[in-house]
Design a protein around this ligand. Sequence first.
Ligand SMILES: Nc1ncnc2c1ncn2[C@@H]1O[C@H](COP(=O)(O)OP(=O)(O)OP(=O)(O)O)[C@@H](O)[C@H]1O
Ligand SMILES: [Mg+2]
Length: 272
Amino acid sequence: MPVNYRFIMEYSYLKLYYLHMLAKKIIFYNQKGGVGKTTATLNLGSALAELGYKVLIIDFDAQRNLTAAISGNTNLPNIYEALIGKVDIKNTIQPTLIRQLYLIPGSIDLAGLSMELVDENKREFFLKKALEQVEGEFEYILVDCPPSLGLETMNALVWCEYVIVPLQCEYLAMEGLNLIMRTISNVKKKLNKEIKVLGILFTMYSKRAKLNQEVVEDISEFFPDLVFKTIIPRSIRLAEAPSHGLPINYYDKSNKGTRAFDELAKEVVNRV
Ligand SMILES: Nc1ncnc2c1ncn2[C@@H]1O[C@H](COP(=O)(O)OP(=O)(O)OP(=O)(O)O)[C@@H](O)[C@H]1O
Ligand SMILES: [Mg+2]
């Protein structure tokens, strides 16, 4: 084979390999509090790891709920320290008890991130810049956003490729969703043309609650291509698992929440 053909083939192969190793970049975003963002980040992360993918989950919330749910240690190098340049991002990556699942811990200092970066240019691009160095090492990176549209969330929106919107099936869900869609569309126009909604994820669903059913029907009718088929049921075991430091698939293998996150992981893999 002529040398230049061989070079082109090897180059294409390398490029394919490199693209394969570039992580799928997903954030969990809803500025409303308590809708299941952290629960979904942890349990989807663990379900993807169970499918054999190498997954990094990042706690980007000053409440540190994700960190608390999987790691008891509060003194680890964290995402805040990486963003302000105190530690190398590579040194913040922690293994967890779960094979193939890694964590970058959060910090209560994230609450002061906008003050810390007040004199910096392009403050919304700090996460993107920091994560560039580790994106080749994982197949999925999932970021748990705080319940606000502050600087952390803007950084996550600028960095990501995909947004999963966890939604509780309750009164005013549609209004909240419209606001989220508008924010994403503005970000797409001005800061990140790659961003897309991967799916709307109904959470804490109870078959017996008529309002839950109605909200699912209304939103599915309005956004038929966006809603995930998988609906996360309300389950006490899902709420208990974090206090044992475990994702649901390790805490209660036969729980309906485990089955739901397994199904969700397969849907996500098919959609990205
Ligand atoms: N499917 C579920 N069934 C029962 N409880 C759930 C379920 N999902 C989440 N919870 C509980 O509801 C509460 C809120 O969930 P979670 O912390 O995941 O929401 P969040 O959107 O991350 O909240 P915040 O906006 O404060 O970060 C937690 O106590 C969690 O354990
Ligand atoms: Mg949370």
